[in-house]
Design a protein around this ligand. Sequence first.
Ligand SMILES: Nc1ncnc2c1ncn2[C@@H]1O[C@H](COP(=O)(O)OP(=O)(O)OP(=O)(O)O)[C@@H](O)[C@H]1O
Length: 246
Amino acid sequence: MSDKVSTGALEAIGLEHHFGVKTVLRGLSFTVEPGQIYALLGGNGAGKSTTLSVFLGLVRPTAGQARVCGHDVAVDPRAARSRLAYVPENVALYEHLSARENIDYFLSIAGSEQRSPANLDEALEAVGLAREAWEKRVGGFSKGMRQKVAIALAIARRVPVLLLDEPTSGLDPRATGDFNRLLDTARGRGVATLMVTHDLLSAAEIADRIGFLAQGRLEEELAATGPERFDVRALHQRYARAGEAP
Ligand SMILES: Nc1ncnc2c1ncn2[C@@H]1O[C@H](COP(=O)(O)OP(=O)(O)OP(=O)(O)O)[C@@H](O)[C@H]1O
């Protein structure tokens, strides 16, 4: 898939958005590089979901640009959309189909050329879904298993960008650990991930960068450093202060 020369896989450049008289995004800029996980944190109403909607082409920003692999979402939404996979808080699948059939079906409707059995096997293997579950109907799958199917689809599609909305909400610590390993696998494949979350611990464990959003502004951006990555206590204190006047 050829891409325009660009600095990041995902770029927000001075994004502004108003819903009527309400200003929701105020000059929001950040970049997610290939092979990087970016966690966007912020309180309720900070503008996190609106940011995802802008990248998905569902909300057109009032000003600024959202770029996916160099493609401006507002100018070429198809090019942008074809390069990303979106995993919502609750993954919607065809309940009566198996994990493998779901992936094959979604690949077929996307017109993907990646439908070979070997490619499907490789994607299911990569996300660590137990082999005995591959041919089972997804109707009985847990949230964590459904996320594995969604990310296996992204891997099978070979998309360079993942957008995740509250991926660990409702997951127990073990499933959260599994999920973080899944993101690490995608990172190892060079995928750029933007994750909107309230889960500080998970963000601290897996993210390369954490951005604090408040009232549509990026108040601060922190990068993982050293073996400790992030100081979780300082993150908690920082999160509690988000949106306060300086
Ligand atoms: N379609 C809409 N029309 C009008 N206002 C909206 C619309 N969507 C969102 N908003 C408002 O925009 C602001 C930002 O909402 P957004 O959903 O992006 O926040 P969020 O950071 O994702 O919050 P949460 O953590 O609660 O999901 C909120 O004040 C919300 O009420």
